[in-house]
Structures are given as C-alpha cells and as structure tokens.
Design a protein around this ligand. Structure first.
Ligand SMILES: O=C(CO)COP(=O)(O)O
Length: 253
C-alpha cells in the first residue's frame, strides 16, 4: 500500500514586507481559512520578525500558524541583530524558514550554517522549513539534481522527522520572476528529494512534506500542487494579498 500523503502545508513568506497595518490582511487570511478556504491543508504565514508576536497574539491559536523567516543557531548571546529560535517560539511562532536562497545569497549562508539553524529550530520546538534549489546556470548545466542533493544532505538537521522538518524546493530562477518549471521538471526534483529523504530518514522520509516555491500564483497552483510529491507551497509575493493566498490554498479545497 502506498504511504498516506502527508497533510499539505500552504505557507506564505512575507520576506521584508509588512507593517502593523498588515494585520488586516492577516485577518482576511484567517477568515478565509476558518471558512474552509484551505481545505485539508495547514496554513502558515511567516511575517517579518517585528510582526510575529503581534500576529500570534491576534490569532490566539487560530489558523494560520505563524512562523519566522530565519533564526540564529545559538539560543542566546552576543550576536547583535540576530534572533534565536527560542525567541521565535517565545513570541508565538511554531515554524521557521531556514536557508532561503535570499539568505544563502545575501548573507553567505552555507549548508553547514543552514543545518545548524535547522537544528536550533528543532531544539526550540519549532518546525524547520529547509529551503533548497538550483540557480538558472546550474539548471542549464544539467546540475539540478546534484545541487539539490548536496544542499539537502548538507542542510538536513540531525533528528529530522516528518513532524519537525519540511523541505521547500525553490528554484532560484523561479523566485519573483513569474517563471516556473514545468510540472514534469517539478515532479522529477520532488521525486528525487523524496528518494533522498527515504535514504536519509528511512520510513520517516515518506512523511516529510516537500513544498514547491517560486512564482506560485492562484492561476498555476492547482497544476503545481497536483504534482506527485508536492505537499504544499512556499509563496512569496502572492502571500501578501489574502485573496491570492487563499486562491492558492483553494487547490486543497
Ligand atoms: O521565495 C519565495 C518564497 O519563499 C517565492 O517567492 P515568489 O512566490 O514571490 O516567487
């Protein structure tokens, strides 16, 4: 018997967008989810650090869950400007994104750094969403699976389980560009990741959710979310508008 598919996760990454007034958009998302707009999927919004505590307090445990976009590997200390996973948890977050390509590029984060951050997330009781994905040059050179495999092996936290770890495949060239891989290309990479997870985590690997991210919109969500081993989406720009976020989540209604 094929293993049951994990519960999908539809996650919004607000990146460096959002002010206190954005609570209105959060409320609209929460209303839509409460009305069944995300169907069987779990909904998550990852706002900037500055909004996490207020958003979590506002929702008081109702969906969507709230997550961070990054964390430091250490629980505390002399690291000006950084935020620990424990602080995110304390502020009401349940998830944290680590290793987003923008952090790998802007802040020189290596697989070792990403792995340490993912392990910090687990230590703090957060779900780690570990991002991997190839650049356009790497895809054109036929190195996609090599790159994704290396990043996955190097970034997967020790102690990863289906409950505490999510993988997000985000081709760098698809982020914010309106370009997406074909369904066949997404399938190839997600099936490869599933295989690697099964090697690394044995039977637990079947339950780890693998999200697709990169220019997910309401118009392409049903096709992308219908691909084998795509267990949800990590959404950037389209997650800033409740109607678009809910339009994507509707793929799971
Ligand atoms: O980077 C992303 C989510 O983490 C994807 O961003 P876009 O949906 O804006 O392409």
């Amino acid at each position: 018997m094929a293993p049951a598919r994990p519960r999908p996760l539809v996650a919004g990454n607000w990146k460096m967008n959002g002010l206190a007034a954005s609570a209105a958009e959060l409320d609209a998302i929460a209303e839509g989810v409460a009305a069944g707009g995300a169907g069987r999927a779990e909904a998550l919004i990852c706002p900037p650090f500055t909004l996490i505590a207020a958003f979590a307090a506002r929702l008081a445990g109702k969906a969507p869950a709230i997550g961070g976009q990054d964390c430091h590997a250490k629980p505390s200390g002399a690291h000006t400007g950084d935020v620990a996973a424990e602080m995110l948890r304390d502020a009401g977050a349940s998830h944290v994104i680590v290793g987003h390509s923008e952090r790998r590029t802007d802040h020189g984060e290596t697989d070792d750094v990403v792995k340490a951050k993912a392990e910090a997330a687990l230590r703090a009781g957060l779900v780690a969403i570990v991002c991997i994905g190839e650049t356009r040059a790497e895809r054109e050179a036929g190195k996609t699976l090599d790159v994704v495999g290396t990043q996955l092996a190097g970034s997967l936290p020790a102690g990863a389980t289906a409950a505490n770890t999510v993988i997000a495949y985000e081709p760098v060239w698809a982020i914010g560009t309106g370009l997406t891989p074909t369904a066949a290309d997404v399938k190839e990479v997600h099936n490869f990741i599933r295989g690697q997870l099964s090697v690394a985590l044995a039977s637990e690997g079947a339950g780890v959710r693998i999200l697709y991210g990169g220019s997910v919109k309401p118009a392409n969500a049903a096709e992308l979310m219908g691909v084998e081993n795509v267990d949800g989406a990590l959404i950037g720009g389209a997650s800033l508008k409740a109607a678009d976020f809910l339009g994507i989540a509707a793929a799971y209604k």
